[in-house]
Design a protein around this ligand. Structure first.
Ligand code: PLP
Length: 455
């Protein structure tokens, strides 16, 4: 066996990568032509690449490294668990201590009576579980026709066939099609789609699309509504204040299940343990992943209310993954939750660094290229616009300006992602005051450079 040396020249690593490694959400030609940036190590909020550059990670990996990189306690927890019991399953009436401990801890942390967890290894798998859970729940309740799940265009719930279908990313639906029985309504994005309405009116209008959809489909056929408390991959879209209370009223009126997809919002990102708390909603099911282990191990799950769990427990739920409740992932997640809690990281986002970041981030709206700046806790977005008073989008090739801005950020050693012409951040929750200043300085420099390119 001959493995390329980790210290090989970057160009050689990139060429071998492009030759054999298929990357998610990446155009093959781009990869072959430009090569991928090779990340070699990371500590705190800083990445290091194969050229020795230090990059501020404004995205916490993929919205997941909540406690920051390089925490040896998590490595130790994984090593201990691998020595003790590296694997056992939780099928057919077996269990193990890490799954028992983590489940009890999650029941403590989750709001309301979300006291039960069904494990997966990712957010996508957990949302696939949710589709089957909802349909099984209603079948067990004697209403098997309640099959339809309503979700939103431009929502993101994962990449597997089921979770992709729940999501409303049209580019994903176009490649291979979606599963039936899922109906999409429009997103509550006032700045882009609100027209002459006030944000409050628009929030109500978009929420009431749920009621219209239920009436059109037939209330007896609708099982659940799923949404992210704050849309993440769609561009960090914080809904108007009127939106979620109206959604909550509607799901209650029709007795349908509310699923909050907390894969991004969960575990402190919005300044509370869960985005549902920030948005004041009471879901029946929550999807969790990412921040649950700060990305150190692949683990996700569905948190269920007492009622949903009781109904599902009335039958054998013919569902499960080999790695449901993987002991190493559970042990690492437990250690991650301990750190988030004992180091007061969530409270810090709510009371200290979060408000500081908010002030600085919102000031970006003064930049000539920026239309709106939205932020909740440690997830934020800015809309790039040619005309802020008209809330205008760039005329052609949506995403080109965002792409230029992202490239400028990367050149300035800041990871900031673009969704079309929207720039987004979701930094590790341990970002310090000084690092917030650095993030903002680099963002402004990148915006200036992008603006200069457009002239
Ligand atoms: N749900 C939401 C809200 C997400 O943002 C994501 C991933 O970004 C997922 C689900 C899918 O999670 P995973 O990539 O772990 O499958």
């Amino acid at each position: 066996m001959s493995l390329i040396s980790p210290n090989a020249p970057t160009a050689e690593l990139q060429a071998l990568d492009a030759a054999h490694h298929m990357h998610p959400f990446t155009h093959g030609a781009d990869l072959a032509q430009k090569g991928a940036r090779v990340i070699t190590r990371a500590s705190g909020v800083w990445l290091t690449d194969s050229e020795g550059e230090r990059i501020l990670d404004g995205m916490a990996g993929l919205w997941c490294v909540n406690i920051g990189y390089g925490r040896k306690e998590l490595a130790a927890a994984a090593a201990r668990q691998m020595e003790e019991l590296p694997y056992y399953n939780t099928f057919f009436q077996t269990t193990h201590v890490p799954a028992i401990q983590l489940s009890a801890r999650l029941a403590e942390l989750a709001p309301g009576d979300l006291n039960h967890v069904f494990y997966a290894s990712s957010g996508s798998e957990a949302n696939d579980t949710n589709i089957r859970l909802v349909r099984t729940y209603w079948a067990e309740k004697g209403q098997p026709e309640r099959q339809t799940i309503i979700s939103r265009w431009n929502g993101y719930h994962g990449s597997s066939l089921g979770s992709m279908s729940l999501g409303g990313m049209k580019g994903m639906h176009a490649q291979g099609g979606a599963v039936p029985g899922i109906h999409h309504i429009d997103q509550p994005h006032w700045w882009a789609e609100g027209g002459d309405m006030s944000p409050e009116e628009f929030g109500l209008e978009r929420a009431r699309q749920l009621e219209q959809a239920i009436e059109e489909i037939g209330p007896e056929k609708v099982g659940a509504f799923i949404a992210e408390p704050i849309q993440g991959a769609g561009g960090v879209i914080v809904p108007p204040a009127t939106y979620w209370p109206e959604i909550q009223r509607i799901v209650k009126k029709y007795g349908i299940l509310l699923i909050a997809d907390e894969v991004i919002c969960g575990f402190g990102r919005t300044g509370n343990w869960f985005g549902s708390q920030t948005m004041g909603i009471t879901p029946d099911i929550m999807t969790i992943a990412k921040g649950l282990s700060s990305g150190y191990q692949p683990i996700g799950g569905s948190l269920l209310s007492d009622e949903v769990a009781n109904v599902i427990s009335g039958t054998e739920f013919n569902h499960g993954y080999t790695y449901s409740g993987h002991p190493v992932a559970c042990a690492v997640a437990l250690e991650n939750l301990r750190i988030l809690d004992e180091e007061g990281i969530v409270a810090r986002v709510a009371q200290e660094t979060g408000p500081y970041l908010r002030e600085k981030w919102q000031a970006l709206a003064d930049h000539p290229l920026v239309g709106e700046a939205q932020i909740e806790g440690f997830m934020g977005s800015i809309a790039l616009t040619p005309d802020k008073s008209a809330r205008a989008a760039f005329a052609s090739d949506a995403g080109t300006v965002g792409y230029i801005c992202r490239e400028r950020c990367f050149a300035n050693n800041l990871v900031m992602r673009h969704v079309g012409d929207r720039m987004i951040i979701s930094p590790p929750l341990v970002l310090s005051f000084d690092e917030i200043d650095t993030l903002i300085e680099r963002a402004v420099k990148s915006l200036d450079e992008c603006h200069a390119r457009l002239k």
